[in-house]
Design a protein around this ligand. Sequence first.
Ligand code: AVJ
Ligand code: FE
Length: 388
Amino acid sequence: ARSPGDTDPDGVPGELEGLHRATRRIAEALTPAEVARQYHPLLSPIGWHLGHCALVERYWLRELCLGEPSDPGQHALYFPEFSAKDSRGQRVPERDALLTHVEREHAHHRALLADPPPALRDHPLMADSYLLHFLHQHHAQHLETIRFVLAQRAHREAPDPHAPATPAPAIPAPETAALPAGRVRVGWDDVRAYDNERPASEVDLAGGRIARHPVTNAEWLAFMADGGYRTNRWWSETGQAWREANAIAAPDAWRRAANGAWVEVTPDGVRPLDPDAPVMGVSWHEAAAFAAWADARLPHEHEWEAAARTGLLNGTGRVWEWCANALFPYPGFRAFPYEGYSVPWFDGRHMIARGGSAWTHDAVRRPSFRNFFEPEVRHAFTGLRLAW
Ligand code: AVJ
Ligand code: FE
């Protein structure tokens, strides 16, 4: 713990500035139309994410801590609960005006943090730099979401997905490890933890086995070659209805090149499908169907966390890994710093994803971090790992 006014030894303000620069560079490299475009019904335009992150900073630092009046127009546009997702693209300012606005806000916040007035410095939310960690991790998560959008943009430019099939390679049986059993510690009591990671507690695990690696592209090709997407017995009723309604037959990230080989679409562009790399771009429904086909299951998030803490998981940190369960409040949960961060998503429909993708910022990579998405989401760089 530091006393208020100490310089921050973690250098979080500098890191926050790095995130400001990274998002700005992404928007500058896009056309005004691309910045305002909604590439996917579940994803906001990139410009909205920039405005949202600037408003979140403004709200906590200036409105809440310093008592500055709020701008109702900004709240209506950039706070998701007031802003219909499908109209955000029409409502965000044009790229250059937006970048000017965002830069002005960020510069203001950087100056405040460099020399905080007493009302900010001594505010309870600033104890142990809580608010800085919160804003840093919030921005880091939105930077990855911006990359979800960039991947969807790349999809538009990818080759025709309806070319002939690639033969499925032979796959070795997955290497597994014994899951920790008995009482294990989960969660994180730290100033950097999100409310849904707290409080840490002990849970009882029954044991079992877990794969050392996430499911690979080669394994997914074997599932497809075996008719996995057409065989209803691997699918839940809702999963089947979703698959049929959306004509799902391959991971979201996969496309066919002109020669018939599979390629993978990423936020950094299109690359050949690496058979040994973790499959990416599958929904929870697809992950559950694959696990049923493989005579396995998805791990509970606490099995995943216990295995990660004991160093049993290789290859994590390349895809988010779907877990069996939905987001739920830990015993003793307290909403913090606001209800909206976790509470609305304790709805039994937001499924846990653990680990992190190749595009996840280090600030939100840890064994206790709980990501969560609806079971239909395939844009969030998600894969899976099997358990038994
Ligand atoms: C946990 C990634 C689903 O992006 O909506 C960002 C994180 N919460 N701003 C999201 C979040 C508020 C959240 N996810
Ligand atoms: Fe947000």
